[in-house]
Ligand binder design. Sequence first.
Ligand SMILES: [Mn+2]
Length: 416
Amino acid sequence: MIPKETFKKRREKVFKMMENNSILLLDSASFKEKNNENNYIYRQSSNFFYLTGYKEPSSTLVLFKSLKEEREMLFVEENNPYYEVWTGKKKSDKEVKEETGIENVFYNKDFYFHFGNFVNKGAICYYDFSNERVTEFLGYNHYKILKLREHFPQIKSFLPVNNIIYPLRAVKDKYEIECIKEAIRITKEGIFNCMKNAKEGMFEYQVQADLEYIFLKNGVLVPAFPSIVASGKNGATLHYTSNNQKVKKGDLILVDVGAEYELYSADITRVFPPKRKFTEREKKLYNPLLEVQEKIIDSIKPGISLKELNEKTNQLIGKLLISLKYIKDVKDVKKYYPHSVGHMLGLDTHDISQTPRYMPELKENMVLTIEPGIYIPEEGIGLRIEDDILVTKKGCENLSREIPKSVKGIEKVVGV
Ligand SMILES: [Mn+2]
């Protein structure tokens, strides 16, 4: 558990970055409807959690900054005896104040009153557009901003809150690193369990069951992202999530999976042969890919950028594909390796990602994935090897190093 003082410190950093006469308004996530009267399991918005540690829906954080003062407010839903029967009792304002350490906790019904008291003429409002695509015309954000403009014409402009929060979220503190490590530990156990039990003739979802059984046993009700369990040629579909095919003779199994712990994500990919050894043919592709991955990881240190790592990976895989006679020129590498080498990792699996992808210079305590791959659909093979890497003062630490990826290491877990 991350102590409430840590969230307080984050809000203090946010205040420092806000303009004078500005407001930061951050909504919790809302329920996502699955079908009639049923919702998907609720998960808090990453930005909202980052600044509050609060996991309940229908909540809003407001930070006001003026020349005179900084003030924080949290709005939450008041208990309703009718709904209490169905969904349980909601915490009182006092309980929420105690839990979060936020000074001013009010009920949603009083939002307009309290908010209106502190909005000055010409204020800038930092708003979270990231819970919805900007292109979604008349979506929730559009509606909410119309309402805010109508009620509070003093607000001059709306700016994306991510300009402030993403730079903070990029560098992890010790609690965040602990959470990511725990997500990786659970993922490791899950991967071991499915490597051990996978057999030819099983359905991909049965392999998934061996993985997610361990997730559930460890309190992971929903994985960080839909598990990819792909046999044979399905491994060449980058975000394959159908997981409904039979593992055929000669197939490799690719699992790209991650548990979530305290909202922090792991993201690991391994490829293994079910209850058999790697064939010579498979080793000819797999071993050099593993070498590429390790070379890239070895080059990680503060100062290098994700962009440089990408270029380096393109070069290395390009040369490898030339030596294996798949391509003639490094510039054709994208034919068999169409994605980038990795992404930042944290509260979101694709953490602090924007379009175009956020590719910062790496700093100490950033966490990123390194996941080169080779995909040859015409041969029914897709390979990717993915680890989660912490940037340290002088280099890096592979946080998922205990999950075997050498041919020998994998065959040992598979039990052949
Ligand atoms: Mn990934």
